[in-house]
Design a protein. Structure first.
Length: 549
């Protein structure tokens, strides 16, 4: 089998095709787009779902400056003679990505946008520009010396000159159109950036005589009142739409073919568990970035464990903000999700970045629209929709956010009573205090022993002590060892999970017996006091027994 090269980190269609990278063919959807009667189309999908590659594919197909027939050879679109003859490299194109437009303040972000527009304009240096007011604006933008007002008109002016040069209307391709708004919201210049982006979009999408078709991609469907005022010809295909459902993401068939072509068919279950599960238009889809990244690692090491690319690429700010906003009062819903079940929520499909975090309802909606949650049943625009976590990757991200929230909450709480009970061997007080903390946590993993282990280790973590989990001790591994080196004392803890309240006493005794039999803590030399604890958990209750040594 010939070695395949996967396009890890590559998003440009032409580069992928001309470099011989493996490509999952999405070109059949070009046939849909050229026949779509809408003047402007907005596609919203989660991040890392192939939006940028899709836009570069459209540019490669439409751009009149290029001849890319060879790059499309063998792909599905070439079977559509009408689309190829009428559209392939026949249209002037304005292709602009907004995804890197960011900055700590408005001026910094505008400087990045100026650079993007300058590069865009320099690609059309062959156009004859008149010596009039609009020609002056063109030259200012091309030099990167334009004003904010000139930026507002930048797409319209370029479109006008392209129309004049080619005698044909322009196709507008705008990638990640909402990124500047998201960044602006995070850095408190949302209104200023909204005014600029709104003017840019409306100048070429609303009744523009130079525009043939506009195609936008982003994560959110920003409300019409906020951004698209008066734009009545905008067709929106979001994560709730059936049309174009398989345009972004990988289908089961596409992933199966990839795994077969790479000789990794046996890895299908783990790939499905970790990266499948996004329900769009009744189609179950995989996250393409994650699948390609993991398969690439598997080609070098067939035993490689799956990674959480979702968390590594963007973090978990939105999940954490929901937990912080509600102070985890919706802990039962977090538990339900992390345990693989569905919750019911009223979803607001059109949001504004200015009010994303104004309510818990909006944040739940944001989690759904951006792919942290997906449909568990049918989309219900006028009622409560069933939502779930799509896969193990996102589930583990939620669990990590819950753990971080708990650790931060514990870190700032007064645990003087807890540690006093620990070092004075007050088992009754420890049982009560640990149960109180447990009652306030978000439980998941169906109360498995690992959950209790992590909970207790986090609860006992403190700057004054060294806390080790599963440390080699005696003839085995103690679950948790807490060392107070300043006072030469240590606590060795064994954790057990009971299956009923009546079984707690027996399991605590079993934990103590294990401490004895395996001599946990016997290697803690130099400590004047070593105390052993057996802790049994059942749901939100803890029973502690002590064994002094």
């Amino acid at each position: 089998m010939a070695k395949l090269t996967l396009p890890v980190g590559r998003t440009d269609f032409i580069r992928i095709r001309n470099s011989g990278n493996y490509y999952i063919d999405k070109t059949m959807h070009i046939s849909q787009i050229v026949r779509d009667g809408s003047d402007s189309i907005l596609f919203t999908r989660p991040r890392r779902f192939g939006k940028t590659t899709f836009q570069s594919m459209l540019k490669a197909f439409f751009d009149i400056r290029e001849d890319n027939r060879e790059s499309f050879t063998g792909l599905a679109i070439m079977d559509d003679e009408e689309a190829v003859e009428g559209w392939m490299n026949k249209w002037p194109v304005i292709h602009l990505t907004f995804k890197d437009i960011d900055g700590p303040d408005f001026d910094s972000a505008i400087d990045v946008l100026k650079g993007k527009l300058m590069a865009l304009y320099q690609g059309y240096g062959f156009i004859d520009i008149p010596d009039d007011a609009e020609g002056a604006v063109f030259r200012n933008i091309k030099r990167g010396e334009c004003t904010v007002n000139e930026i507002r008109r930048s797409l319209e002016i370029l479109g006008k000159f392209l129309y004049g040069h080619y005698g044909k209307k322009v196709i507008i391709l705008l990638d990640e159109y909402d990124v500047p708004l998201a960044k602006a919201e995070s850095n408190d210049y949302y209104r200023e950036m909204l005014a600029v982006v709104r003017a840019m979009l409306l100048s070429v999408l609303k009744d523009c005589p130079y525009t043939h078709k506009g195609i936008l991609t982003g994560c959110l469907r920003v409300s019409k009142e906020s951004l698209f005022t008066g734009l009545n010809n905008l067709a929106v295909y979001s994560v709730t739409s059936g049309k174009y459902s398989s345009l972004f993401g990988f289908t089961e068939e596409e992933v199966a073919r990839l795994l077969k072509d790479t000789g990794l068919e046996d890895k299908a279950p783990v790939v499905r568990q970790w990266y499948d599960g996004y329900s769009i238009g009744g189609v179950s889809l995989y996250s393409p970035w994650d699948v390609v990244s993991y398969v690439d690692i598997l080609l070098a090491d067939r035993d490689a464990e799956p990674e959480n690319y979702w968390a590594n690429s963007s973090g978990s700010e939105v999940v954490r903000r929901l937990i912080d906003m509600t102070d985890a009062r919706v802990g039962k819903e977090y538990s339900t999700l992390i345990n693989g079940e569905a919750i019911r929520k009223h979803v607001v499909e059109t949001l504004t970045y200015g009010n994303l975090y104004s309510s818990a309802e909006n944040i739940w909606s944001l989690l759904f629209m951006t792919g942290y949650l997906t449909l568990a049943g049918k989309w219900k625009p006028n009622g409560e929709t069933e939502l779930r976590l799509p896969n193990e990757e996102v589930r583990s991200l939620f669990a990590r956010c819950v753990d971080e929230w708990f650790r931060d909450r514990v870190r700032t709480s007064d645990r003087k009573e807890l540690f006093e009970a620990l070092w004075t061997c007050d088992a009754d007080a420890l049982s009560r205090i640990i149960s109180q903390y447990l009652f306030r946590t978000i439980s998941y993993y169906d109360y498995k022993e690992d959950y209790y282990h992590a909970f207790l280790a986090g609860l006992l973590s403190d700057d004054d002590y060294l806390v080790e989990s599963n440390r080699e001790s005696g003839t085995g591994r103690a679950d948790i060892i807490v060392q107070d080196e300043d006072r030469c004392r240590a606590a060795v803890i064994e954790v057990k999970r009971a299956h009923s309240r009546d079984e707690m006493d027996k399991m605590a005794d079993l934990a103590l017996a294990q401490l004895k039999d395996r001599e946990y803590g016997s290697d803690l030399e130099g400590y004047s006091k070593v105390v052993g604890y057996g802790v049994a958990f059942y749901h939100k209750e803890a029973l502690v027994k002590v064994l002094e040594g």
